[in-house]
Design a protein around this ligand. Structure first.
Ligand code: AIR
Length: 297
C-alpha cells in the first residue's frame, strides 16, 4: 500500500529514527486505550512512591519520570491457560527483563522502532508510553501449540512459509483469533497499520530466527504486540511489550528440548534453568547466577 511522506525524519531520544513514511494520520475520534491499560484507563492511587498505572499477569506499568514514559516492571508471576494455571517462578522477571532488553536494543539498531528506552535495574525498564493496538500478533515458523491443535499438525513440522496470525487482546474473551476484516471493521487498526505490523513482524522474525539460530535455538513461533506512537496529529506503529521465553517457543536445535514457557504450561520442569540457558547462550548471563541462587527482587 502506498504511504505518504507526512513529516521530516526525526530522531528520538532512544535512538529511533523515524522516516515519516509509516505515519498514520490521527483519526477524528479521541485517543483510545493507552498501552497496557486494557479497558480501564483510570489511574489507581498507590501508597508507593510511584503511581501504578496497570498491573497485568506478568508485568506492572508505573508512571515514568517524564510525560510520555512508563516504567515496565517484570514480575515472577507466571500464568497459563487464561490464568487457570499460576505459579511464582523466582528470578523469571529478572531474566525476561534482560532478554527483552537484549532484543529490543538490537532491533532498534536495525531500525525496528520499539518502546524500549533503557533498562533501569534488574526488574525494570523505562519505556515510551504508546497507545495500545489491542492485538496479539503471532508469527509461526513451525507448527506447535494452538496451530497444531487446530489443524492436526505434528509439533515441529516446518510450515511452507512463515504465518502471521492476529488475536484480539481481550482476556475475558480468551483472546479470540481475528482476521483483517474484523480488525478494520471494528477499527482496532487500519489497513496501513496492518501492513506495517505484518512487515515489521516478518523483519523481527528474520532477526530473531538468526539470533537464536546462531546459538543453537530454533524459533518455532512467538507473539508480538504493537502500539501507536503519537507525534502531534500523526502516529506510527512501534513494537511494544516484551520478547522473552514467555512470549516465544524456543527449542534446542539439536535435542529439540523445549526452552520456553511450554515447560511451565506442560509441567516439564526446569523452567528457570531453561530460561537461564537461553540468556546464557545469548551472552547475557553475567547477572543470572546471583538471581537464580539468591532470588533477588
Ligand atoms: N504467546 C504468548 N502469550 C500469548 C501467546 N499466544 C505466544 C506463545 C507462543 C505463541 O504465542 O508463547 O509462542 C503461539 O501460541 P499458541 O498457544 O497460539 O500456539
Amino acid at each position: 500500500m502506498a504511504s505518504t511522506q507526512l513529516s521530516p525524519a526525526k530522531t528520538y531520544r532512544n535512538g529511533c529514527v523515524f522516516s515519516g513514511k509509516q505515519q498514520t494520520q490521527r483519526p477524528a475520534t479521541p485517543r483510545g486505550l493507552r498501552q497496557g491499560l486494557g479497558s480501564d484507563t483510570r489511574w489507581q492511587p498507590m501508597s508507593t512512591r510511584r503511581k501504578k498505572i496497570y498491573e497485568g499477569k506478568g508485568k506492572i506499568l508505573f508512571e515514568g519520570p517524564e510525560p510520555g514514559t512508563l516504567i515496565q516492571y517484570f514480575k515472577d508471576d507466571t500464568t497459563a491457560f487464561n490464568s487457570e494455571k499460576k505459579a511464582v517462578l523466582e528470578g523469571k522477571g529478572v531474566i525476561n527483563n534482560r532478554i527483552s532488553e537484549y532484543f529490543m536494543t538490537r532491533l532498534n539498531t536495525i531500525g525496528i522502532q520499539n518502546h524500549f528506552i533503557r533498562r533501569l535495574n534488574l526488574r525494570e525498564q523505562l519505556i515510551r508510553e504508546l497507545e495500545i493496538i489491542p492485538l496479539q500478533v503471532v508469527v509461526r515458523n513451525a507448527a506447535a501449540g494452538s496451530l497444531s491443535n487446530r489443524f492436526g499438525l505434528p509439533e515441529g513440522q516446518a510450515l511452507p512459509r512463515s504465518i502471521i496470525e492476529f488475536y484480539l487482546k481481550d482476556e475475558k474473551l480468551s483472546n479470540p483469533m481475528v482476521t483483517e476484516e474484523h480488525i478494520t471493521a471494528f477499527n482496532w487498526a487500519n489497513t496501513q497499520e496492518i501492513d506495517d505490523i505484518m512487515a515489521l513482524s516478518l523483519r523481527i522474525n528474520d532477526f530473531m530466527s538468526g539470533a537464536f539460530g546462531a546459538v543453537g535455538i530454533t524459533l518455532i513461533d512467538f507473539k508480538l504486540e504493537f502500539g501507536r506512537l503519537w507525534e502531534n496529529d500523526f502516529s506510527r506503529v512501534v513494537l511494544a511489550d516484551e520478547i522473552s521465553p514467555d512470549t516465544c517457543r524456543l527449542w534446542d536445535s539439536q535435542s529439540l528440548e523445549k526452552m520456553d514457557k511450554d515447560r511451565f504450561r506442560r509441567d516439564l520442569g526446569d523452567v528457570i534453568e531453561n530460561y537461564t540457558e537461553v540468556a546464557r547462550r545469548l551472552g547475557i548471563m553475567k547477572e543470572m547466577p546471583t538471581v537464580i541462587q539468591g532470588g533477588l527482587h
